[in-house]
Design a protein around this ligand. Structure first.
Ligand code: PLP
Length: 396
């Protein structure tokens, strides 16, 4: 029976290759860091990880993880509600709530699960979900799993959001959902205006802080801090897999009743294993560090400002950003790939994105800054961009 299916898969894979959309994985043989070693022995500067605060390989988090393995073991072998909840899990949930200024938190194996299990337990066909057109795949999937009526507003377009809210007035409850930082442009959702509209039209707000928590805002509290609406957003989701140490784990944080209902009914929580003690303990240490100092945020913001300033001065077309994502616009798909390959030869690891990941004619190289980058790393990257940019006539 497999024969026919195999042929079908081979054809589909061939089509993916022909369309130039085949994703291959580059193998790294070092830990995740500002500088990494590739399988071919080459050492490159890493500008494409979500390691915004440089915590992926932080000695204190490694120590916290190791010592939790000594005291709490390796794995949980259980979902939370049977025998998968340790003191550590409760403590991390409290720390996350304190960080965001919310009442309670529920942990998931990943933010993909947090978003996947968010809507269906809370809403029914009587309700409406109003979603930004560029929201993350996990939000789209979570919305699909829920029977609520679906509305979409043009990316960050508050007039369109208002129109959708007006149209959704018949429904029992309205939920507005948005990414905090959008990963391709690095732009932020104007959550202050979203909260105003939510007040005006009686809606509940959900913000996914995956790319913004730890990163944006003076103390890294995310877009609610950046826009001065801390404590006003009803539900925040996020990941431990990016700025917050980069291991694994997701969460939803917000009002007590919301979190309690999710513990009762959220399927990825009820039917999936509990996070391992090592990851949870490192998470606790990480949130303690966030309270102790904002040094890492300051370093990240300085690095981002420096990189943006030098690249703009060099003549590159950079999208305005308030996050640690910097989109170097090239517009041409092929050029984005040639440029990324040439930069890798120069020891700079970045990724070129093109349609359908970004809109047609909007190809770019995405650069992700980190607090782990030192001045010399930034300068080497900028020099590499200038050299290759001149060679490919991107800059004069
Ligand atoms: C990365 C990301 C996720 C997924 O997070 P994981 O914890 O890796 O599953 C969800 N939402 C947004 C906006 C993201 O950027």
């Amino acid at each position: 029976m497999y024969g026919k299916f195999k042929e079908h898969l081979q054809q589909e894979l061939e089509q993916i290759r022909e369309a130039g959309l085949f994703k291959s994985e580059r193998i790294i043989t070092s830990s995740q860091d500002a500088e990494i070693r590739l399988e071919n022995g080459m050492k490159v500067l890493n500008f494409c990880a979500n390691n915004y605060l440089g915590l992926s390989n932080h000695p204190e988090l490694i120590r916290a993880a190791q010592s939790a393995m000594d005291t709490h073991g390796y794995g949980m072998s259980s979902v939370r509600f049977i025998c998968g909840t340790q003191d550590l899990h409760k403590s991390l949930e409290k720390k996350i709530a304190a960080f965001f200024g919310t009442a309670d938190t529920i942990l998931y194996a990943a933010c993909f699960d947090a978003n996947g299990g968010l809507f269906e337990p809370l809403l029914t066909a009587e309700d409406a979900i109003i979603s930004d057109a560029l929201n993350h795949a996990s939000i789209i999937d979570g919305v699909r799993l829920c029977k609520a009526q679906r509305y979409r507003y043009r990316h960050n377009d508050m007039e369109d959001l208002e129109q959708q809210l007006i149209q959704a007035q018949e429904q029992r409850f309205r939920v507005i959902v948005t990414d905090g930082v959008f990963s391709m442009d690095g732009d932020t959702a104007p959550v202050d205006r979203i909260c105003e509209l939510a007040d005006k039209y009686n809606a509940i707000t959900v913000v996914d802080e995956s790319h913004s928590a730890g990163v944006v805002g003076e103390t890294g509290r995310g877009v609610t801090e950046l826009y001065g609406v801390r404590g006003k957003v009803d539900i925040i989701t996020g990941t431990l897999g990016k700025a917050f140490g980069g291991a694994i784990g997701g969460f939803t944080t917000g009002h007590g009743e919301v979190i309690e209902m999710l513990r009762q009914r959220s399927r990825p929580y009820l039917f999936s294993n509990s996070l391992p003690p090592s990851v949870v303990a490192a998470g606790i240490r990480m949130f303690d560090m966030m309270d102790e100092t904002t040094e890492l945020q300051q370093k990240l913001h300085r690095n981002t400002d420096y990189f943006m300033e030098k690249m703009t001065a060099a003549g590159f077309d950079i999208k305005p950003t308030r996050s640690a994502i910097c989109a170097v616009m090239l517009y041409d798909a092929k050029l984005s790939q040639t440029m990324a390959t040439r930069l890798l030869d120069e020891g700079i690891y970045v990724i070129g994105f093109y349609y359908p990941v970004v809109p047609e004619g909007q190809a770019r190289i995405r650069v992700q800054l980190s607090a782990a980058h030192r001045q010399e790393h930034l300068d080497r990257a900028i020099d590499g961009f200038m050299k290759v940019g001149r060679e490919l006539k991107v800059i004069g």
